[in-house]
Design a protein. Sequence first.
Length: 129
Amino acid sequence: QDDEEASLYQRLGGLMSISVVVSDFLDALIPDPQLNENPAIDEARQRVPAAYLKYHVTAFVCEATGGPCQYHGRGMQESHAHLNITAEEWDRMVEIFVGVLDEHDVPERESQELLELLGTTRDDIVTES
Ligand code: HEM
């Protein structure tokens, strides 16, 4: 229907695009030296398989953007509390995310909406000031 807005999920190109962007995002995030200065993050990234994180984050983004997936992982607070993530580490993560969106030529409007969505999880994830 012309008068029905396409969901963010649809405008991003669906699961095929989202899974690739998430995969590239985690490939850049996981080895990042600045984030791994935090010993709790470094411990977790060595213990938790990248494929597992890619699966869960893809399902999370798919559902949150209006796609057909159902996220069955743990809540954001529960899965990040032990990582002691600081505001600076959050900002570094956003910087990496924006870089990946740019690489994939995600349009301005869709990038903004994704960043807003990301922002809604910040209070649950950042625990150190
Ligand atoms: C600086 C920011 C972030 C860092 C360093 C980070 C790192 C991690 C790490 C290391 C884990 C595995 C934890 C463990 O099992 O011990 C994890 C889990 C997870 N993260 Fe993040 N994360 C960040 C932000 C985010 C954001 C913004 C989202 C989603 C919008 C997200 C989604 C997830 C999901 C879905 C899981 C899996 C939950 C589960 O195991 O059930 N993360 N993250």
